[in-house]
Design a protein around this ligand. Structure first.
Ligand code: ATP
Length: 412
């Protein structure tokens, strides 16, 4: 298909923040194209979020030339010969147009330089397989060899060949993400291929880290609950782990709870998926290779969320009791507790007000007053803070008096 000049598209490209500096800098360099999600989003009339540029030439030398012309910083990535360029508000990724060969299903592909059309044909779905020319007279020309524009108009997610989900089963999660984000649907051939790939155990060939990236992207969507419902419909949840519980309502409340208290909604949704069988899912979670702190808080939230919800539902709690119950919990546990029916008032009160309350005195004040070094110091401060939270102690003098009394009591 020959490229179609498109005045409107050219104008939309020109409205990408920072692009007015990039376009003149591309002059005299190998042909460059805007590719991937940015093209899809410009055609939908939405803002292009990530600017991905493909060049028919060596991406890293183009990146270096651009960095010099734009006084920008460039970071080169070894594995796929790509580079990231950043100059103030302008940031973009550059890649050489390439083919990808999958030696084994699920593994990362071998790449080789290729034409733009071949580069578009290696992509996940037709709606993501369009390009727009950025160089000279080509500015604004749409390259659409796979029929992406018509899919975009029809609301269709469609793979480009029959082995697509087997070559890269993370595309199963990507397909669901685009369905729920855009309100689209796989066409029936694509859905049949997806279901067949799930039944074939395709997801078992993918590393946990790659599943993690796509799963968290899906769970981070505002439509994550619909995504979880669709995962279940396609058998994706079961394929990831039979103990995952795809309860869209729980995922919805976990994400909302997380947003209300400053926790990560995608991680809260992941904890919600694990909450029905946290012990069984421990190894699966570990295999996702989340950063250790995130993995620990997801696992903990899944484990303690139900208990916290029960205890908070059981009756009113003094501030000091809230501290004993919630003080050592990551915010993710609190988000999950809310999702599982804990009253939100005590949790919000803890997060917004109580957890930042501190004593005016410190251990040094107790040592200076003659309390010997040892565990009694910590215990006295702890007890004093509890009393302060409950409104029984106020001001520095009362704090010191209380802490000294507690320390003396402990020494007896
Ligand atoms: P989004 O689509 O989430 O808005 P994006 O377009 O930046 O953002 P990325 O995951 O960064 O999405 O992918 C960029 C482009 O690379 C996609 O639009 C698609 O063309 C291609 N791509 C990404 N992942 C795959 C994959 N697993 N298989 C084939 N092509 C892919």
């Amino acid at each position: 298909m020959s490229p179609t000049p498109d005045v409107e598209l050219r104008e939309r490209v020109r409205r990408i923040p920072g692009i007015e500096r990039l376009l003149p800098a591309l002059e005299g360099l190998p042909p460059a194209y805007l590719v991937g999600g940015a093209v899809r989003d410009l055609l939908r009339g939405a803002d292009a979020v990530d600017v991905d540029i493909a060049v028919e030439g060596d991406a890293r030398s183009v990146a270096r030339a651009l960095a010099e012309r734009l006084s920008a910083e460039v970071r080169e990535h070894e594995r796929f010969g790509t580079a990231t360029v950043r100059a103030g508000d302008l940031g973009f990724d550059l890649a050489t147009t390439r083919t990808e060969v999958y030696d084994e299903p699920g593994a990362l592909p071998r790449v080789a330089a290729a034409s733009l059309d071949e580069d578009l044909a290696r992509r996940d779905f037709a709606i993501n397989a369009m390009a727009v020319g950025l160089t000279g007279d080509d500015l604004g020309h749409l390259y659409d060899p796979c029929g992406g524009l018509s899919d975009l108009n029809d609301g269709v997610v469609r793979v480009l060949h029959d082995r697509s989900f087997l070559d890269d089963p993370t595309r199963l999660l990507r397909a669901v993400r685009y369905e729920v984000r855009l309100g689209f649907r796989m066409n029936s051939a694509t859905e049949s291929l997806a279901r067949a790939a799930v039944v074939d155990g395709a997801l078992r060939t993918v590393s946990g880290a790659r599943v993690r990236d796509e799963l968290l992207d899906l769970l981070g969507e505002s439509q994550a609950p619909a995504g979880v419902r669709r995962m279940h419909d396609l058998g994706l949840d079961l394929a990831l782990h039979p103990a995952l519980d795809s309860d869209p309502d729980l995922v919805a409340s976990a994400s909302l709870g997380a947003a209300a208290i400053g926790a990560d909604p995608a991680l809260a949704a992941l904890a919600a998926l694990c909450a029905a069988a946290p012990a069984e899912l421990d190894l699966w979670l570990a295999d996702l290779h989340l950063p250790a702190a995130q993995r620990d808080s997801v696992a903990r939230a899944a484990r303690v969320g139900p208990r916290l919800a029960r205890e908070l539902r059981a009756g009113e709690h003094q501030p000091s009791q809230l501290r004993s119950l919630l003080g050592r919990e990551p915010v993710l546990s609190l988000a999950l507790a809310m999702a599982m029916g804990a009253p939100s008032e005590p949790i919000l009160r803890w997060v917004t007000e109580l957890r930042s309350v501190r004593l005016e005195i410190s251990g040094d004040d107790l040592l200076a007053a003659g309390v010997p070094e040892g565990p009694a110091v910590g215990r006295a401060l702890d007890e004093t803070l509890s009393r302060k939270l409950d409104g029984l102690v106020s001001g520095r003098d009362e704090e010191l008096e209380t802490a000294l009394a507690v320390a003396r009591e402990a020494a007896r």
